[in-house]
Design a protein around this ligand. Structure first.
Ligand code: XMP
Length: 333
């Protein structure tokens, strides 16, 4: 397989001016590539697919159809935000698919992390393919491939083994072989964010922390149940809100809650209260290959503990994971 290599002369996009120049150039290139044909995009709500969507909307408007598959493993309000920004603000052609039940039914009773990942990845492609088949005359598939993905593919082609199987929308069935539109494939993540802001996307969307494809599925540890998934989503929203409030959101690379499939004995309102522990993970890293633990002020931790144990049904303890990577991976699964 051949890969595009970033020319050494290509200037790093660090300013709004450089971003606007890139956008103008890409708008021309996209129009030249697709003409009056239709383009499809899997819009996850992550930085990369959001920036590609905004670029394509600018270039070809309603010739683009975005499909947002909610696998039921999104964080609180995430799908709602995608609808708000793309359908309401940018007037995109957006197909929203709530596939929560399909995913959770398939995942019921499955506890092995890699099997969970495979099921989520495969079903995601399945749901997306079903939606793609309903659309007529689509010729192109847009993807939020960025330069590190290309570098990673080159490395894998050279025989290095991946630790966990990450998924994207590659691997669509044979009958859906589209030509690809990959307008940000030579950009690094920091450049994608500068371009995203220049395109007018909300700051929170552009600076969103990384979120794995299988979503909360690999944070609701072991076999996923709806009640524990709900508790995880609520606890995670509290953590994010408190990190936002005290400025930690800007300083910590990735922070989230994981909930294991165990209960401990606790006490609430003078009665025995068995509940799950919520585990806080807050790490800094440059390349996700190694990670260090961010020091969180005790008063912030106390507040998070109080809010989670008071506000989230089913959680009676909060733990803070102090393990760097290695030996702990960033995710628990
Ligand atoms: P680990 O847990 O391997 O995570 O230290 C490194 C980075 O990768 C993310 N991650 C994933 N991303 N699909 C993804 O798209 C996955 O299956 C997956 N597993 C881990 C993780 O959130 C961290 O940023």
């Amino acid at each position: 397989m051949e890969y595009n290599v970033r020319p050494e002369t290509m200037a790093r996009i660090t300013t709004p001016e450089l971003a606007h120049a890139f956008i103008e150039e890409q708008v021309k290139e996209i129009r030249a590539q697709v003409g009056d044909k239709k383009v499809l995009l899997a819009l996850s709500g992550g930085v990369d697919s959001s920036v590609v969507a905004a670029l394509l909307i600018k270039a070809i408007g309603k010739q683009l159809t975005c499909v947002h598959v909610n696998h039921g493993l999104m964080r609180k309000n995430e799908s709602e935000n995608v609808i708000e920004v793309f359908e309401k603000q940018l007037d995109a052609n957006l197909v929203y698919v709530d596939a929560t039940d399909r995913f959770l039914d398939l995942l019921a009773g499955v506890s092995d992390p890699e099997r969970k990942r495979k099921i989520i990845g495969k079903e995601f492609i399945e749901v997306f393919a079903e939606e793609a088949r309903k659309l007529e005359d689509v010729s192109y598939l847009a993807q939020g491939t960025i330069y590190p993905d290309i570098l990673e593919s080159i490395k894998q082609a050279e025989g290095k083994k991946a630790v966990k199987s990450h998924h994207n929308v590659g691997g669509l069935p044979e009958d859906l072989q589209f030509e690809l539109v990959e307008p940000i494939k030579l950009l690094f993540k920091d450049e994608v964010r500068v371009v995203g802001e220049a395109l007018g996307l909300p700051h929170a969307m552009v600076y969103r922390q990384p979120f794995p494809g299988p979503g909360l599925g690999v944070r609701c540890l072991g076999a996923i149940t709806r009640d524990r998934l709900h508790a995880l989503r609520e606890a995670d929203a509290i953590l994010r809100e408190e990190f936002d409030n005290c400025g930690l959101a800007e300083k910590v690379w990735q922070y989230f809650i994981a909930i294991p499939d165990i209960k401990s004995v606790g006490v609430k309102d003078d009665s025995r209260y068995e509940g799950w522990p919520a585990i806080i993970r807050a790490v800094n890293t440059k390349d996700a290959m190694t990670a260090t633990i961010e020091e969180i002020p005790y008063e912030v931790l106390h507040k998070i503990v109080a809010r989670i144990t008071n506000e989230v049904e089913g959680i009676n303890r909060v733990l803070f994971d102090l393990t760097p990577k290695p030996t702990g991976t960033i995710e628990w699964e």
